[in-house]
Design a protein around this ligand. Structure first.
Ligand SMILES: NC(=O)c1ccc[n+]([C@@H]2O[C@H](COP(=O)([O-])OP(=O)(O)OC[C@H]3O[C@@H](n4cnc5c(N)ncnc54)[C@H](O)[C@@H]3O)[C@@H](O)[C@H]2O)c1
Length: 305
């Protein structure tokens, strides 16, 4: 059982990972070149702790069981798992991963939080590229259960297995992606929906607010409980997905054929910016994020019930 984790890069994502790891009874060593990082980690852990206790912190969880070590090579000494969350730039990933790979025993898995870079690319400068996997969380990782796990072309199935088992053991919901694709899985799905959403705005079919409501007041509520396939299985009545496919596949196919791609012009971006500002109704991004996170906690609890 993995008990000691190194978090390399402790900004928005790394600090949130740290909070989750601590809540699951792990010991964490964090590393980050920013002088403000220890403060950010402390604020994140302290701020999230009451929520993490509600969501099921383990009895041995301790919000102070972390320390800061600026030098990444020292931070990974004795680590049994590494979660890398450095900036999303290939040259930074190369530098960080080769530094920690050079000093870590081969059996220790290095998981990268990268949103879109491939494991094959970021592990190019490593001695042991096979132990580098993607462990992609969703913001904020201390609330959202999903972690996407995928290895690179030279990836070791054992490293993927260890990462899957680790995330599962600490209460995450890992999914294994069998082939590397840019954007992994969930970001591609989000991109597919956003493409059509922006296209509908561009074509004047509906306002930004109404396109958003078409998800958040409708199918989005069900999608928090089950994905698109299981949702349609239920839409098919007693005959389930087979019935749904028999009756509705031709109609859905005609909609698929009609989907569009917007022109990513400055005018479209301005329309989207104006739309979300109207929709936010004067609330700051921080206020909206706080409302979202508080509601997310209630939703996570409701799903358990
Ligand atoms: N923000 C999101 O919504 C989100 C979601 C999932 C995954 N990710 C991924 O997580 C990673 C981190 O993103 P973020 O949003 O936390 O960015 P961020 O800018 O908030 O944090 C990055 C941190 O890395 C530090 N850093 C800079 N150079 C470094 C180096 N050489 N070694 C170690 N640390 C270094 C920075 O000081 C900063 O604290 C990225 O790969 C990103 O794609 C982001």
């Amino acid at each position: 059982m993995i008990k000691r984790v190194a978090v390399i890069g402790a900004g928005t994502i790394g600090a949130s990972w740290t909070a989750w790891f601590l809540s699951r009874g792990l010991e964490v060593v964090c590393s980050d070149p920013s002088p403000g990082a220890p403060d950010l980690i402390k604020r994140m852990v302290d701020g999230a702790w009451p929520i993490l206790q509600r969501l099921g912190a383990t009895p041995d969880a301790d919000p102070t069981r972390w320390r800061f070590e600026r030098d990444p090579a020292k931070a990974v000494e004795g680590a049994e798992f590494v979660q890398e969350s450095a900036p999303e730039r290939i040259e930074v990933k190369h530098a960080v991963l080769s530094t920690i790979d050079a000093v870590l025993p081969e059996k220790v898995v290095i998981a990268s939080s990268t949103s879109g870079l491939l494991a094959s690319r970021i592990s190019e400068r490593c001695r042991f590229p096979g132990r580098v996997v993607i462990g992609h969380p969703f913001n904020p990782p201390h609330l959202i259960p999903l972690v996407e796990v995928v290895g690179g072309a030279k990836g070791s199935p054992e490293a993927v297995r260890i990462a899957m088992e680790f995330y599962r053991a600490i209460g995450k919901h890992p999914i294994e992606i069998r082939k590397e694709v840019p954007g992994h899985l969930a970001n591609r799905l989000q991109a597919a929906l956003w493409r059509e959403a922006a296209y509908l705005v561009e074509q004047g079919v509906a306002s930004v607010e109404d396109v958003d409501a078409a998800i958040s007041e409708g199918p989005g509520l069900r999608w928090a409980l089950m994905g698109p396939h299981l949702t349609f299985h239920l839409a098919g009545g007693e005959g389930g997905m087979q019935n749904f496919a028999n009756h509705l596949m031709p109609a859905v196919k005609s909609w698929w054929d009609d989907l569009g791609t917007p022109d990513t012009t400055p005018e479209l971006v301005q329309t989207l910016v104006d739309g979300v500002q109207r929709e936010a109704g004067g609330k700051t991004i921080r206020e909206l994020a706080e409302w979202r996170d508080a509601a997310l906690v209630r939703l996570l609890e409701a799903r358990r019930g």
